[in-house]
Design a binder for this molecule. Structure first.
Ligand code: NAI
Ligand code: MG
Length: 358
């Protein structure tokens, strides 16, 4: 029996609670199958927390997350809170929790399920075998540098500054090498070192750390080239590590290789393998409460948690294989169904996946 791991569950709004419930079912099944042990604690977060506690991120929820080994998040937000002042908006809670938990990287896998290849806008033969992860730095770069307006020689100017320090680069690059080590052992470091000083520093740090990982094959790719190669040869990438803004753009590009938002998992990691796991999608108010949301993004986020935070690779594989086999058998939620009249609901999809786990 493995040590009991504490999971902070913040299901949030809209379809959040619906998809999180299915992910928890899957986790309970892995307790049975693999002798794992979890203690689930639930906290209010997002719009529901605004309604009940007057703030999107109540202190007790934050404390609960800090005391946990990992956080499982559904999604937050909805039209009800859209016109609230900033401090009473669910998205403010999202930024707040990432900061308070010291999360500095965002991990987004893009993996093709063979039977869904046709759903992508790319040719199936280009996509064949695509299974990559984008590791994006979250705390630095141009999004967080000084920004200001000034009067220039030709009138008003705007300035955004991009700053990275060695420590910020080192910790994320090490994390990416470690992740590559658990996979196909290939790392692409993406920068714009032909133009940007922050990129030159980035590349220096990568080259300095690389000898510690002789088993990982490293390539440096310029960001514009990477954007092209993702469409030309997506299957050749394993782990891609890059700074904040490049990662923002490339992770969205990579996500669209696979097609459906209801299938995309993500993680945000801090020091010591602590992580927050959530689907890429939002609270989908348009379908909330109907029991038709696709729970697979959240279920695959659990597999990611098992791999990245706990090193439970076997149990993670079992979840991923079960998802693939259920899809292969032709079961689809409405968002990925070609014939919507045959679509299964959220709970049924969760049950099918649980039943397929070995
Ligand atoms: P969304 O991802 O919630 O929905 C976009 C479209 O995809 C909708 O048509 C929705 O029905 C569909 N969709 C999303 N997830 C699905 C699933 N699991 N199964 C089936 N269909 C799914 O993005 P949108 O509409 O822009 O935002 C809705 C709310 O969610 C907003 O309040 C937004 O701020 C919030 N949001 C929250 C995020 C988070 O909690 N991390 C991330 C993105 C948006
Ligand atoms: Mg983006």
């Amino acid at each position: 029996m493995a040590d009991t791991k504490k999971i902070a569950v913040i299901a949030g709004d809209g379809i959040g609670p619906e998809v999180v419930a299915e992910a928890i079912k899957v986790m309970k099944k892995t307790e049975e199958l693999y002798g794992l042990s979890f203690e689930f604690e639930h906290g209010l977060f997002g719009g529901i927390a605004i309604d009940e506690k007057g703030t999107p991120l109540p202190q007790e929820t934050l404390d609960m997350c800090k005391a946990a080994d990992a956080v499982l998040l559904g999604a937050v937000g909805g039209p009800k809170w859209d016109n609230n002042p900033k401090e009473l908006r669910p998205e403010t809670g999202l930024l707040g929790i990432r900061k308070a938990l010291g999360l500095f990287s965002n991990i987004r896998p893009a993996k093709i399920f063979d039977c869904l290849k046709d759903a992508s806008t790319l040719k199936p033969e280009v996509l064949e075998g695509t299974d990559l992860i984008v590791v994006r730095e979250l705390t630095g770069g141009i999004y967080f540098g000084d920004k200001f307006r000034r009067e220039g020689a030709n009138g008003e100017e705007a300035v955004d500054t991009c700053v990275y320090n060695v420590h910020e680069v080192e910790r994320i690059v090490r994390q990416a090498f470690e992740i590559a080590r658990t996979r196909r052992k290939k790392l692409a470091s993406v920068d714009k070192a032909n133009v940007l000083e922050t990129s030159r520093l980035w590349r220096e740090v990568v080259n300095r750390i690389a000898p510690e990982y002789p088993d990982v094959e490293l390539e440096h790719v310029l960001v514009d080239n990477c954007a092209m190669q993702l469409l030309r040869r997506p299957a050749s990438f394993d782990v891609i590590v890059t700074e904040n803004m490049f990662g923002d753009i490339l992770s969205d590009e990579a996500a669209m290789l696979t097609g459906s938002i209801g299938m995309l998992s993500s993680a945000s990691l801090g020091e010591g393998a602590f992580g927050l796991y959530e689907p890429v999608h939002g609270s989908a108010p348009d379908i909330a409460g109907q029991g038709i949301a696709n729970p697979i993004a959240t279920i695959l986020s659990v597999a990611l948690m098992y791999r990245l935070t706990f090193g439970y690779h076997e149990a993670a594989q079992s979840i991923e294989d079960a998802v693939a086999s259920v899809l292969d058998a032709g079961h689809r939620t409405a968002d990925i169904a070609t014939d919507r009249s045959k679509a299964v609901g959220t709970q049924q999809m969760g049950d099918l996946i649980v039943a397929a786990m070995k």
